[in-house]
Write a protein that binds this ligand. Structure first.
Ligand code: UDP
Ligand code: MG
Length: 313
């Protein structure tokens, strides 16, 4: 029997690119005569015509499968749902906006055939992204690696090919707020980078506004590092040292009769505001962890599927 490749494309308000993506991806996949394939589109609660267009595709092409969420649950949840509904021996995760060229999949499949379990695409260049995005992304990946206990390759997104055995491991993970590119390294297995040039979006605007980017960055930090918690200890030690310094200063001015401590108001205010600042930062860090613990404890699903097309489950 032929082996099968599953392509997973999450879509959120992507009516401008869905058909373009389908055409280009079909051409590539039809070229793989040694493999069967399926294209799984996950409609992440789009408000435009994305779902209708996907259903049309599913009706005319049985290789197209659609999972449709009841509302927007986010990119990472969409990719997870795609993996859970896939049946291929290898799964390719790719954005629907054609920033990741479908034509590169051939090379990735070859690397997989050579015995690699995960082929993760590394962005050699990035076209058409704002300076701000490039800079923040670069800083984020570097900071994450400093903080994290596992090495998460620099400049990688979710574009990658994953062998079935690894997909099964990731799908079995119950954790919410997944940071898939981190989990992808955390699981181990035989991983290999594949360099490519990231293109401009074929059409439409980014569906990752700053707020979603920050949420993803925080998920990454928090699920792959407990160092932020330890910062609290650092702040505490710093405070103690600081209070000692103030004490020494007070003693000195007393002994040498500098007469500078008279009103005392400034020092009290400075210390108070500073301490409160520290305290709030510490509480905020705790809150970020606790909110995620709460998410896990509630055991709500990561996403809710409203409809499936061409998928019998
Ligand atoms: N996406 C999604 N849900 C969201 C946001 C984005 O499924 O809430 C999809 C989107 O349709 C695209 C992919 O995730 O296929 C990456 O998003 P986008 O291209 O907007 O991000 P960028 O490339 O700008 O970082
Ligand atoms: Mg994009």
């Amino acid at each position: 029997m032929k082996q099968k490749i599953s392509v997973i494309a999450p879509c959120y308000n992507e009516e401008e690119v869905v058909d373009k993506f389908y055409d280009r991806m079909s051409k590539v996949l039809k070229g793989f005569t040694d493999y069967d394939y399926e294209m799984i589109f996950v409609n992440d609660g789009s408000k435009d015509d994305t779902l209708d267009m996907l259903v049309d595709l599913a009706n005319k092409d049985e290789n197209v499968k659609v999972v449709s969420f009841s509302r927007n649950f986010g990119h990472q949840a969409a990719v997870t749902a795609g993996m859970r509904n896939s049946t291929g021996d290898a799964v390719v995760i790719i954005d629907v906006d054609l920033q990741d060229p479908p034509e590169t999949i051939g090379d990735m499949v070859n690397l997989w055939k050579e015995g690699n379990d995960v082929v993760y695409a590394v962005r050699k260049t990035r076209e058409g992204e704002s300076k701000f995005k490039l800079m923040t992304a670069k800083a984020f990946y570097r900071l994450l690696n400093k903080l994290s206990d596992v090495y998460i390759p620099l400049d990688t997104g979710d574009f990658r090919l994953i062998d079935r055995k690894v997909v099964d491991v990731i799908c079995a993970m119950p954790e919410h707020n997944k940071f898939l590119r981190g989990l992808g390294s955390w699981v181990g297995f035989k991983q290999i980078p594949y360099e490519y040039d990231r293109k401009q979006r074929a059409a439409g605007k980014t569906k990752y506004p700053l707020k979603k980017m920050l949420k993803l960055a925080l998920d990454g930090m928090i699920s792959f590092s407990t160092k932020p918690l330890k910062i609290i200890a650092g702040l505490g030690i710093f405070n103690i040292i600081l209070s000692f310094a103030i004490l020494v200063y007070a003693l000195c001015s007393y002994i040498f009769d500098l007469n500078t401590l008279m009103p005392g108001w400034t020092s009290i205010m400075v210390t108070m505001t500073f301490m409160f600042g520290m305290l709030f930062i510490a509480i905020w860090i705790l809150a970020e962890y606790i909110s995620r613990i709460y998410d896990e404890a509630r055991k709500r699903p990561e996403y809710i599927i409203r409809d499936r097309y061409n998928i019998d489950k």
